[in-house]
Design a protein around this ligand. Structure first.
Ligand SMILES: O=C(O)c1cc(=O)[nH]c(=O)n1[C@@H]1O[C@H](COP(=O)(O)O)[C@@H](O)[C@H]1O
Length: 310
């Protein structure tokens, strides 16, 4: 029995669990727009902001982004690597960044891309998806390339704590296809196998499942069935060359569930909080225009549909 289930003989029925991540994300995207801003404290950005590339600079940078954006952007996505490079003091800054962002009303997606054998995956789940953990987040990115089943401890922990899990499927980097487009024994691509597992996890969830897929906005077209009933994190906008206008072509009918993500192309506007906020708001508006425009076109019978090819 998991912590979310009632005792079989309980006269009280099930305790209401925490609200699932998918429902919280849907509400946040409806209220704030479909946009995730990455907190990626590159050394070069710290320098451009007039900060030292040290722990104090890291903290100033990260908390400035939180202060500027956590009240208006649906999701903030700290990239763990940029904090880990400073060792335990960097991780302490990451803890404070996550806490401040959640406190200010943003959902926090930890970009950690963890993946390991199931027994070790349980420890990663304990690190990010247990409500009592110092680094507890609303969601975390994970890698399925040790087999989707190896992610089970994270999927179970997320369900119990009302958190989300974003599974890499078709990443934005040019090296991804050699693994992700490889064809499995049954004729599906590896990415499609991952997507089908995600769809099974999200079956019946309303308004949106809590297991997401990572699909690069850079792909041009997905070439996979993206109907997973879950959020689709779409990194690669801005510095990697993708644009909000290109989203309908990649995501087709799944566009309402897309969470486009931008890091450097928003962060470069700092340290002025107003400039950061304006840059994020401009992206959120571009996304809204692209997605509502594509829906209107679809209603008039000219939908894209490229995303449904297997
Ligand atoms: O999981 C991710 O967020 C991710 C997946 C992916 O396929 N491509 C990708 O760029 N990312 C992350 O998204 C961010 C992109 O940053 P920018 O290129 O500066 O917008 C980085 O933190 C990447 O690690």
């Amino acid at each position: 029995m998991t912590a979310a289930e009632p005792a079989p003989d309980s006269p009280l029925g099930p305790e209401p669990g925490p609200e699932p991540f998918g429902a919280r994300l849907r509400r946040a995207m409806d209220a704030r727009g479909q946009l995730c801003v990455g907190i990626d404290p590159h050394g070069s950005l710290l320098t451009d902001w007039g900060l030292n590339d040290d722990v104090a600079g890291l903290e100033r940078f990260s908390l400035t982004v939180v202060e500027a954006l956590a009240g208006s952007v649906a999701v903030l996505k700290p990239q763990s690597a940029f904090f880990e490079r400073f060792g335990s003091r960097g991780v302490a800054v990451l803890e404070r960044t996550v806490a401040a962002a959640r406190q200010a009303g943003a959902l926090v997606l930890m970009d950690a891309k963890r993946g390991d054998v199931g027994s070790t995956m349980a420890a990663y789940a304990a690190a990010y998806l247990d409500q009592d953990a110092p680094l507890f987040c609303d969601a975390v990115t994970v890698s399925p390339f040790l087999g989707f089943g190896s992610l089970r401890p994270a999927l179970d922990a997320a369900r119990i704590s009302g958190a989300g899990v974003f599974v890499l499927a078709l990443t934005s980097n040019p090296e991804g296809p050699e693994v992700q487009r490889a064809i499995a024994d049954d004729g599906r691509s590896v990415a499609q196998v991952v997507l089908d597992h995600i769809a099974a996890e999200n079956a019946g969830a309303e308004p949106l499942g809590s297991v997401g897929a990572v699909i690069g906005a850079t792909l041009g077209e997905a070439g996979a069935d993206l109907a997973v009933n879950g959020p689709l994190l779409a990194p690669g906008i801005g510095a990697q060359g993708a644009t909000p206008a290109g989203l309908p072509r990649v995501f087709g009918d799944a566009a309402p569930n897309v969470l486009p993500s931008v890091s450097r192309d928003v962060l470069r506007h700092g340290p002025d909080p107003v400039a950061l906020r304006n840059a994020a708001a401009a992206y959120a508006e571009e996304v809204r225009t692209a997605i509502t425009g594509a829906r209107a076109k679809h209603r008039n019978g000219a939908g894209d549909g490229e995303n449904t090819v297997r």
